[in-house]
Design a binder for this molecule. Structure first.
Ligand SMILES: C[S@@+](CC[C@H](N)C(=O)[O-])C[C@H]1O[C@@H](n2cnc3c(N)ncnc32)[C@H](O)[C@@H]1O
Length: 288
């Protein structure tokens, strides 16, 4: 009798997540990733968690939450779940004015000042398009100045699955049109009819790593010349955005540039940074 009731009870529990349990899931996600799930996004969270529970044979939202919260096996399962609970939408050259600011103004100024190495960071890189876009802009810009300078791009994401996908550097042919012709000819290599990759000399400039932005201070990322943090902070609370931006400002080298998506923060300033006037961008440069 009990055996017959349990699956039924589990099926009922899986059918809906009450508000108290939803609040516990929201708190766990915010505490671990900074991502805030608003009440109107409850259906997204419920269906993502439910789908994963079905895959691993869990029938109860509370028990699964407790499993996830425990160390050991819970941490392994969390690594998979976090990928399902975060949004990975991205494109090559997603925000053109930001790349134009780098290409037309910031990079020429750095070269004129005699910078010999440049280290950039793509903070929430998803499947890598942002990092490759940065690498193309830096590579071509530096070539135009004699190509003697070294550059590297570190690209990171909290999702291990996203990082693994980014590392393959493989994209379906349909995505080619996102890459301006200026770069397509030099940096894209077709892989048969249906897919493309980036040329080897670009691939060796980009390193991918799983880094949780909330723990970035512990990552070996310092003395950065360029930090690209777009469409990540929008998922965080206002207070958290400010704290994280203060932390990112501290990782910048003098003259280093911090590029955020327009509208992702309002009223934030930092004593060591100056707002850069470039239409359509939200950019700050470190003075010293
Ligand atoms: C919408 S995508 C943005 C991708 C890219 N920056 C762009 O603008 O196209 C947001 C990415 O931020 C990542 N993310 C969310 N929380 C994070 C955290 N705490 N640390 C690092 N990455 C995080 C997600 O996994 C996701 O891949």
């Amino acid at each position: 009798m009990v055996a017959a009731l349990t699956p039924h009870a589990d099926a009922l529990a899986l059918a809906g997540m009450d508000d108290a349990v939803f609040a516990r899931w929201v708190a766990l996600l915010e505490q671990r990733t900074g991502v805030v799930v608003a009440p109107q996004r409850k259906p997204f969270l419920v269906s993502a968690v439910r789908a994963r529970m079905r895959e691993v044979g869990h029938g109860n939202f509370v028990q699964y939450l407790e499993h996830i919260s425990a160390p050991g096996a819970g941490a392994v399962e969390w690594a998979t779940l976090v990928d399902r609970l975060t949004v990975h939408e991205t494109r090559f050259f997603r925000h053109p004015p930001s790349f134009e600011l780098i290409r037309q103004r910031w990079l020429p100024e750095r070269m004129a000042a005699g910078s010999s190495t440049l280290h950039a960071w793509s903070v929430g890189c998803a499947s890598g398009e942002e990092a490759w876009s940065l690498a193309m802009v830096l590579h071509q810009g530096l070539l135009g100045h004699g190509g003697k300078q070294h550059f590297g791009v570190t690209a990171s994401d909290v999702s291990a699955a996203a990082v693994a996908s980014a590392r393959t550097a493989q994209y379906p042919r349909a995505r080619l049109e996102e890459i301006p012709a200026l770069y397509r000819a030099d940096y894209v290599e077709m892989q048969g009819e249906a897919a493309f990759t980036l040329i080897a000399s670009l691939r060796k400039r980009v390193a991918f790593a799983r880094v949780n932005l909330l723990e970035a201070a512990a990552a070996p990322l310092q003395r950065l010349n360029l930090i690209f943090c777009q469409n990540v902070l929008i998922y965080f609370s206002r207070e958290r955005r400010r704290e994280l931006l203060d932390g990112l400002a501290g990782l910048l080298e003098p003259h280093g540039l911090l590029l955020i998506g327009p509208g992702e923060i309002t009223g934030w300033s930092h004593p060591a940074l100056t707002r850069v006037a470039w239409q359509g961008t939200l950019a700050y440069q470190r003075r010293s």
